[in-house]
Design a protein around this ligand. Structure first.
Ligand SMILES: Cc1ncc(COP(=O)(O)O)c(C=O)c1O
Length: 380
């Protein structure tokens, strides 16, 4: 059957989609920075209670949930939008602010969905590479802004590097580009403890994103929030779907914040295990980046895909980027419980002969591939 329809030009130009790995159930999943033990049991019970035919038949009602979430984040309800995860929040930002040809500025590498939705919207992306110490100067971000720049996305901490942008740099960026929407994506806030949320009243161009997918263990349920001053939030509300999130996501998230202690304890364990993993990497002489998130970015060298495959044979999934020429020597390891971290470290040590030997003293050379990102290039 010959297809006679055609998509928008921007969609026709998109590279082939690489679907995330399927069949991950039953494996030790250290590949997508999820919570590795799951949400609090009370959240599952609340979701079970919510599963009645009458409730499922009704369209969701949002106002009560929005008030509770807003007060949890310390903002007012009209400063908050609920989205189907941060992914959907990114699409909403593009839907609201991006005309064809408009520009996005992002560090490279970073979370791929910013550039993806920007491309769907027929926008262009300017990449700002890190330096060879994986530092990102505020001045280089600011320099990348042009008259066409509509927004920038700064994941803090960044994915996949795990690195933070300092508050001073964020302030300088927000101040230098008041006509550019600045998304500070705090998906990993539960592990970093760093936030600029209180600044939404100080900077008219700031949007902060949070998610229930990571620390809270609700990636399958899909709930994120965007927070900004009332006027900026109002612009995005104009472009937003009427029923953007499902009613079960609300039940899950509201119970999850009631069980906040559970998340705090989980995050404390993960941060301790992150140090444990880094100590083991240090001992092995494997280059890694100090991380503020629930994952660690390591340089293993040209045989990264083989190492990932060998770990998979042991039922351990880690993130391998061999589809991206700049990231093919690196792996990203999600940090889990103490037992999970020890299991990963043990298997990783067995594979040490496959990894690069580098002087990790100052990491010299270890991050060169990241530096070579060309500002014009798009990455996978
Ligand atoms: C920086 C960053 N932002 C957003 C997301 C996606 O979050 P969500 O599950 O809420 O769509 C991820 C997921 O890996 C991420 O790393």
């Amino acid at each position: 059957m010959a297809l006679q329809v055609r998509p928008r030009r921007s969609v026709a130009k998109l590279p082939q989609y690489h679907p995330p790995l399927e069949g991950r159930a039953g494996m030790l999943r250290l590949d997508f920075n999820e919570n590795t033990v799951g949400c609090a049991p009370a959240v599952v019970r609340a979701l079970r209670r919510a599963l009645d035919a009458g409730g499922l038949a009704r369209y969701p009602e949002y106002e009560g949930a929005r008030e509770i979430l807003a007060s949890y984040f310390g903002v007012s309800a009209n400063e908050l939008l609920m989205t189907n995860g941060i992914d959907d929040a990114i699409k909403l930002i593009c839907d609201t602010f991006v005309d064809p040809g408009d520009e996005l500025v992002i560090p490279a590498p970073t979370f791929s969905m910013y550039q993806f939705f920007q491309a769907v919207a027929a926008g262009k992306t300017r990449l700002v590479p890190y330096d060879d110490q994986v530092r990102l100067a505020a001045t280089s971000i600011i320099k990348a802004v042009t008259r066409r720049t509509r927004w920038m996305a700064l994941a803090n901490p960044n994915n996949p590097t795990g690195t933070l942008i300092s508050k001073a740099d964020l302030r300088a960026i927000l101040r230098a580009a008041p006509k550019v929407v600045v998304l500070v994506d705090e998906a990993y806030f539960d592990f970093s403890g760093e936030t600029v949320l209180p600044w939404i009243h100080e900077f008219s161009n700031l949007i902060v994103a949070r998610t229930f997918s990571k620390g809270f263990g609700l990636a399958g349920v899909r709930l994120g929030v965007l927070i900004a001053n009332v006027e900026l939030a109002g612009l995005m509300r104009r472009a937003h779907a009427v029923f953007p999130v499902n009613s079960l996501a609300l039940v899950g998230a509201l119970e999850a914040i009631r069980q906040e202690d559970y998340v705090r304890r989980y995050a404390a364990t993960i941060c301790a295990n992150r140090e444990l993993l880094c100590a083991r990497l240090e001992k092995m002489g494997v280059s890694y980046l100090p991380s503020a998130a629930n994952f660690v970015f390591v340089r293993v060298g040209d045989r990264a895909p083989e190492i990932a495959r060998r770990l998979r044979e042991q039922d351990i999934l880690v993130r391998d980027w061999s589809h991206d020429p700049h990231l093919r020597r690196y792996l990203r390891l999600t940090v889990g419980t103490t037992a999970q971290t020890r299991r990963l470290a043990r298997q990783f040590e067995l594979l040490r002969p496959l990894m690069d030997t580098m002087d990790t003293g100052d990491g010299a050379g270890a991050w060169q591939d990241l530096v070579s990102y060309s500002p014009k290039e798009r990455f996978a």
